[in-house]
Structures are given as C-alpha cells and as structure tokens.
Design a protein around this ligand. Structure first.
Ligand code: NAP
Ligand code: MG
Length: 515
C-alpha cells in the first residue's frame, strides 16, 4: 500500500540478529550470481560490442563481480538518437503515470533490499549499514521525486487577471545524459535517473566503470516496474571514451553529473559548446567534490565532537563527498581532542566488507594510489597521529589516518583526498576557525560543535556551506529532510532530495487564453 505523504525509509539495525542473518543469506545468494556477463541496453534491446570490462570486488581485488560489454562512440550516438525518438512519445505520458513507475520501483527495491545491499557490499566494499543506507536513500529518492512530480503537476499559482484564463505547466526538456559516481552507486544513480524520468525526459545512463552492476540492478528494477522500453537506456563504458560523445551530441538536452570537480568542469565546458544542428543551450547539473570541515569550539562536549568527527571522517572509508576531512579545533581543547581522537580512531578495524568490518577497502587501485600519495604529503605537512599506510589483505585497504598540526593552506587541508585521511588544524579562536573553514574552493558540507548560541548564529551567517550541521556529524543527509548539494566548486548549487530539484529537469510553459 502506498503511503500518502513522503516518509524516509527506516534504516535496518544490524545489531538485530535477524537482520544480520538475512544479510548474510543474501550475500550467499548473490555470490551464486557473480561472474555473469551483461549487455548494453538501448531501446529495450540487448547489445554486444567486441570489447568487455570487469567490475571487481575491492575487498578481494582479483574477484570479478560481473563483466559488461563496453559502450563505443557509435553506440553513444545511437543511444542518444534512440532516446530522442522515445522522447517524442514519452513526453506525453501523464505525470501520475510517470510517478507510479517510481512508486512501483521503490516497492520492488524495498522487497529486494538485502539483495541490493549485498551487491553494494561486494561491488564497492560498503559495510552492511553503509550499504543499507545507500539502498534506503535510493528508495527515498524514488518515492520523494514521485510525490514531487505530482506536486508540480498540480495547478500552479499565478496572478489572476480579468478577461484571461492563464495556466502554467511544467514540461520536460528532452534527452538527458546521466553520469553518476561509484561512491553512492545505487542511491545517486537511482536519484539522478528517476528525477529525469519522472519529469518526462528520456535517459542515457552511463554508470561508473567501478560500479556498473548497481546500474544494471537499477535498470532491472525499472523494467520490472513496467517502465516502457527506451525511456532508460543503459550504456556502460569508459567516461573518457563515451562521455564526450554523449555530452557533445546535438540532441542531448541536459547532462546530470555527480563526480569529481575535474570531470565536472570538463563536462560543463564541453556542454557549453553549441554543436551544428543543436537548437538549445544544454543544461548541466553538476554535483562535485568537497573538502568538508568540522569546527570544534572551546565551548563544547569534546567526546561528542570526537564521535561526530570519527563517524564523518571514516564512514565508508572517507569516500563520501560529505566526509569530514578537516577538523578545526580551538587551541584551548586541541590537546585533549587529539588524544581522544587517536584513541577512537585506533579502535577502528579494517577488513573485508562482506565480514562487516567497520572499515572496508577503498574503491580501486587508482584511489588507493592517490590516497597513499596524499598520506606521504601529509607526513611532510604535519604530524602523523595514527594510521599512515596500507592495511593487510588482498584488497585496497588503508589504515584510518590522522594528521595533526596541519596548516590551513597545506595541500591536505585544501585538496579533496576522498579516502580515510583526516587533517587536524589548530585555531586561535572561533573567528579564525570560521575563516579557515571558508578557505577552500569547495562549499559542500560542514559542522560546528559549540554550545554557544551566538557562535552558532555567527556560523549560520558566515559559512558558505551548502549543508551545514550543528552538534552532529556532517554526513548522512536524508532525502527531503536535508536537501543536499554545495556551493562554489562543489557544483551547480542544486539540491538533491529537495523541492527545487525536479525543476532542473523541466521548463515552464505559460498558456494564456482570452475569455
Ligand atoms: P569521477 O571520476 O569524476 O567519475 C564520475 C563519473 O564521470 C563516472 O561515471 C565516470 O566514468 C564519468 N566520467 C569520467 N570522465 C568523463 C568524461 N570525460 N565525460 C563524461 N563522464 C566522465 O568521480 P568518482 O571518482 O566516480 O566519484 C568521486 C567524486 O564524486 C568525488 O569528487 C566526490 O566528492 C564526488 N561526489 C559528489 C557528490 C555531490 O553530491 N556533490 C556526491 C557523491 C560524490 P568512468 O567511471 O568510466 O571513468
Ligand atoms: Mg568494484
């Protein structure tokens, strides 16, 4: 039965032995399905090419999760052309019909929850709770955007005028290219794709090459929900190879991207160039990196600040755009904070995601290499408190690492590392802490731990941060509750899971009739 208004999907509690054993059963069942080969899907047709690539388990790096046929430039062109044809009919489906596909897909994902979690554990190395939060967020996006579409389909408020009947409706844009990252490979992929679809657009989805399986799982769910063929097209392949073709195609109407700043900038530049035959300016929705800060004020409970920093810095190995990678700590509490932090971080055990270790592997070989090189930079820029290198195992394991005495303009204080590395910075006072917190090119998430109301109010005014939290961690945004997205180089200022989001996938049409 459908809920009447949006509610967040509750998270599963894995200290409950029933949930734990169900998750283990699902992992066993999914293991039986590993190693299959999957095809490209354009207009409902399965397509092979003469090249394939593998998705691997980062916890056990030689283990193949699945093999995928690799998209080519020709197929990228074909996918856009085909999605453009489907758009000519799909655009006339009613908003309620479109919303119903999302509600059905949410219900299917709810039923397949443990199975989806298992794929997340195996394909990208999330522990059970992190995997479950990813799946729950996907369910939330599907429901939330479904309800949002129904809201946008209602009569829109405009000023009445005598002698005219006026009406404003939201219509779709056209073909969208959807390019998600690997770090929330189900939630973000499902959120970006379903927002585009429910708004009446057709989609060419290019999943991250590290997590194509999660894209396949999503496409299967949408098919099971009855989404007409051709609305969602699945084109795995290298971003560098097919990405440019998809983005620059004259029939591409918009690009919805989540990933690194570098790729976001590249897509934005490429999409800005008007191609021969193109009759619009493309819209780019880019959600990019972060360098997120938690300020620890002198007037706060240090234990809860330590808890918040540790959870935000090391949850999913620090591979969240919202992860805390800098703690700015007032000099009067600095020493005790660093001591307590060290004790807590040293408790974190690193190991195979399938065994539900608190911390698992990082995503892939290049992430490992890049994080380890930042750790070497950190050793020159500050004092190593704990961690500082690889951890044991046949995967991309890195010890949770903390550096103290980092200068505000040091590289590990400025550049996104996207791994389990935390820089601790000493501030002279609260005003200096605010200044340091604003000193990067990003502006995604952040938090302040303080009991002082005036200081909290000052942070609300001063900090240029899209998702700003007080006396809690800076990760774990909930759909609808904490619309998500940052400022400056963190993206195009969009808010996923918020009331403005669907507008990015639509345009308003005004009709005025003399009466
Ligand atoms: P990434 O390397 O930028 O890749 C993201 C996606 O872009 C992948 O699907 C990738 O495909 C594709 N891509 C690469 N080159 C392309 C090109 N020339 N044209 C079109 N697409 C291209 O990012 P990631 O490593 O997957 O994800 C981590 C980053 O995402 C971090 O910076 C993180 O902060 C950011 N992020 C931001 C948010 C947010 O809401 N602001 C949320 C989550 C993550 P391939 O895999 O084939 O290379
Ligand atoms: Mg993988």
């Amino acid at each position: 039965m459908r809920i009447k208004t949006f509610q967040n999907e509750p998270l599963l509690d894995f200290t409950n032995s029933k949930n734990l054993s169900k998750q283990k059963e699902a992992l066993k069942a999914v293991r039986q399905k590993l190693g299959k080969t999957y095809q490209i899907i354009i207009n409902g047709k399965q397509i092979k090419t003469n090249q394939t690539f593998n998705s691997y388990n980062p916890s056990n790096k030689d283990e193949i999760i699945a093999t995928f046929y690799k998209g080519t430039k020709e197929l990228a062109d074909f996918a856009i052309e085909s999605a453009n044809k489907t758009f000519q009919t799909w655009k006339y489906t009613s908003p309620s019909e479109r919303a119903n596909y999302l509600f059905k897909a949410a219900a299917i994902a709810r039923k397949r929850r443990f199975e989806i979690n298992a794929y997340l554990v195996l394909e990208i190395g999330k522990n059970f709770a992190e995997a479950d939060a990813d799946t729950a967020e996907a369910i939330d996006f599907l429901d939330f955007y479904g309800y949002e579409m129904l809201r946008y389909a209602e009569k829109q408020p405009i000023t009445p005028v005598f002698g005219e009947k006026n009406e404003l409706v939201y219509i779709p844009l056209g073909v969208g290219v959807v390019v998600p990252p690997w770090n929330f490979p189900f939630a973000i992929l499902a959120g970006m794709s379903s927002a585009a679809i429910v708004a009446g657009n057709t989609v060419v989805l290019k999943p991250s090459s590290d997590t194509p399986m999660m894209g396949k799982v999503f496409c299967d769910i949408m098919e099971e929900a009855g989404l007409p063929k051709g609305v969602l097209n699945f084109l795995p392949g290298s971003g560098g190879e097919v990405g440019d073709t998809l983005v620059s195609h004259p029939k591409t109407r918009f690009v919805s991207f989540t990933g690194s700043m570098e790729v976001g900038i590249h897509i934005n530049e490429l999409a800005a160039k008007v191609q021969p035959g193109q009759i619009w300016l493309k819209r780019v929705i880019a959600e990019m990196g972060g360098k997120d800060t938690i300020i620890v004020d002198s007037e706060t409970n240090i234990d809860s600040a330590v808890q918040g920093v540790v959870a935000a810095a090391f949850g999913f190995q620090g591979q969240k755009c919202s992860a805390c990678s800098r703690a700015i700590v007032d000099q009067s509490v600095y020493k005790v904070f660093v001591e307590k932090l060290k004790t807590e971080v040293e408790k974190i055990e690193v190991g195979v995601a399938e065994e539900n270790y608190r911390m698992g592997p990082v995503a892939n070989a290049s992430a490992e290499k890049s994080i380890l090189s930042y750790i070497e930079i950190g050793k020159k820029e500050g004092k190593l408190i704990c961690g500082g290198g690889k951890a044991e195992g046949n995967g991309y394991y890195i010890k949770p690492t903390v550096f103290s005495d980092i200068k505000p303009l040091a590289r590990i204080s400025q550049e996104e590392i996207f791994g389990p590395v935390l820089a601790v910075i000493k501030s002279k006072n609260y005003d200096e802490a605010l200044k340091i917190a604003n000193n990067t090119k990003f502006g995604l998430t952040g938090a302040v731990y303080s009991n002082n109301r005036q200081k909290i109010e000052k942070a609300k005014k001063e900090l240029l941060i899209g998702n700003l939290y007080f006396n809690r961690k800076c990760t774990g945004a909930l759909v609808g509750v904490h619309p998500f997205g940052g400022f400056n180089m963190s993206g195009t200022d969009s808010k996923a899971g918020g009331r403005d989001y669907l507008l990015l996938f639509m345009q308003a049409k005004l009709m005025s009739e003399k009466v």
